[in-house]
Design a protein around this ligand. Structure first.
Ligand SMILES: Cc1ncc(COP(=O)(O)O)c(C=O)c1O
Ligand SMILES: N[C@@H](CCOP(=O)(O)O)C(=O)O
Length: 435
């Protein structure tokens, strides 16, 4: 399987090159040249299969030719070593809990897969690699933990000063060793811009082997499709049509769901749910796709004004905007709606949503209301509420008990360097820290 750039379908590279480069030289995102469809027999057996067995088949179809069966199994075993339970919240509404990994957010799946795949692909290489990461909170913690002490890899995390939760910040700034953190005077989109500029800097790339562990990299993006298959395998109400709502920011997660659907998974409708950073819902309602400055919200990890996976979503629908708008429904919610939903769901069901999951829940509920009785719905609960403890406590008027794993992160000492929102300063930092 080769991978093409969304900016030029003729530019095709191997799996290794796509993963090591991260972003195509023309700034496009890599995509599999063909999307393999899983056989009917796979879907007939899926309910009896374990998460890992599902993973072997799906990843085998995508990467098996290049990696072989043994490496595929190693990769999947390393990635899927925690569960993603499907929990019934109310009649016809299920939460896919993606927060049972080491840093309690869905990014753990992609980060673990990415670090393992990079190690496999770099085996025997003399070159060392610098992994650049822009984060609004959760990618940073998952990547830092996934790549911590991996030999030959140095990670540089850029995050917007004062715009990630305290717990998220502690999860990546306290590790040290090969994990370096830069606190940027700006918003998430500035961090993403700085990273992309570094990839375009020819001179710098001649000196340093740079790659990305954001969802722009197929090694971070593709494995996120696995839990959509698993969710369907565990869904009790398969006789109904299925709607899945994805709380979205950079849109890698939704893109991975669409990939799963293109591989044959019977998902009837996707709901793209955002906070007031509503660039994609606006597009789905007929406006042009237009990046905007991001606005701070209580679902801070989704404060993205220039979602980098947009053109990947379009490519998954054959660049057919009408088809994209038909298959994906867009909703957005402000902080007041989000807080109200968190309270209502806790009062009515006892289920505690984090602010991102609450946005996903709201999108799903709105869609189901418009189509009564026809669908069963799943929303992705993308992070543990404890990661946003101060917001959750304030909104719900409770004192949320943190899981031990989160408490552990609070014991370390923050270590981050300040960085102005200026490419020259970032370049100087990278040039001075050549491995
Ligand atoms: C908790 C949480 N929910 C949702 C999202 C949005 O996911 P995506 O960027 O893949 O759209 C993020 C960040 O990516 C996140 O950290
Ligand atoms: N919300 C993200 C932003 C980066 O998303 P990614 O999936 O492209 O890495 C975060 O948690 O940092």
């Amino acid at each position: 399987m080769q991978f093409y750039s969304t900016n030029n379908p003729k530019h095709k590279v191997s799996l290794k090159e796509a993963v090591i480069r991260g972003l195509a030289p023309d700034q496009g995102l890599y995509m599999p040249e063909r999307i393999p469809v899983l056989p009917a027999s796979f879907f007939e057996r899926i309910s009896e299969m374990s998460f890992k067995e599902i993973g072997y088949e799906v990843i085998g179809k995508l990467f098996g030719e290049e990696l072989g069966e043994e490496q595929v199994m190693k990769l999947v075993d390393h990635t899927l070593n925690f569960d993603a339970p499907l929990v019934k919240v109310s009649e016809g509404i299920y939460s896919l809990e993606l927060f049972h990994g080491p840093t309690l957010a869905f990014k753990d799946f992609g980060a673990r897969f990415c670090s393992k795949l990079m190690s496999i692909l770099m085996e025997g290489e003399e070159r060392k690699v610098k992994v650049l990461v822009a984060t609004s909170g959760d990618t940073g913690s998952a990547v830092a933990n996934g790549f911590y002490k991996v030999p030959g890899v140095e990670v540089i995390i850029l995050y917007p000063k004062g715009k990630v939760s305290e717990l998220q910040e502690m999860q990546f700034t306290t590790l040290g060793e090969n994990i370096n953190c830069l606190e940027v005077e700006g918003v998430f989109d500035d961090c993403q811009w700085l990273v992309k500029e570094a990839f375009l800097d020819k001179e710098l790339n001649e000196k340093i082997l740079l790659t990305s562990a954001n969802s722009i990299n197929i090694a971070r993006w593709i494995p996120q499709c696995l839990y959509y298959f698993y969710a369907w395998s565990r869904l009790p109400e398969k006789d109904k049509k299925l709607a899945i709502s994805v709380p979205s920011g950079n849109f890698g997660n939704l893109g991975a769901g669409i990939l799963a659907e293109r591989m044959g998974l019977p998902i009837d409708v996707f709901v793209a749910s955002t906070n007031i950073n509503k660039i994609v819902p606006d597009f789905l309602h007929g406006l042009d796709f237009k990046a905007k400055p991001s606005i701070s919200t209580i679902s801070n990890s989704m404060d993205v004004g220039n979602p980098s996976n947009f053109y990947r979503l379009l490519a998954l629908y054959g660049n057919d905007e009408a088809l994209f708008r038909k298959k994906v429904k867009g909703f957005y919610f402000d902080d007041e709606d989000t807080a109200k939903a968190m309270k209502k769901v806790m009062e009515e069901t006892g289920y505690i949503l984090d602010p991102h999951g609450a946005v996903g829940y709201l999108g799903l509920r709105n869609f189901l209301k418009m189509n009564p009785g026809e669908y069963v719905g799943i929303f992705l609960e993308t992070a543990h509420p404890g990661k946003f403890k101060s917001v959750v406590d304030k909104v719900l008027g409770i004192e949320l008990e943190l899981p031990d794993r989160l408490k552990e992160f609070m014991k370390g000492e923050k270590n981050a360097k300040g960085l102005p929102n200026d490419y020259g300063a970032f370049r100087a930092y990278l040039s001075n820290s050549i491995l």
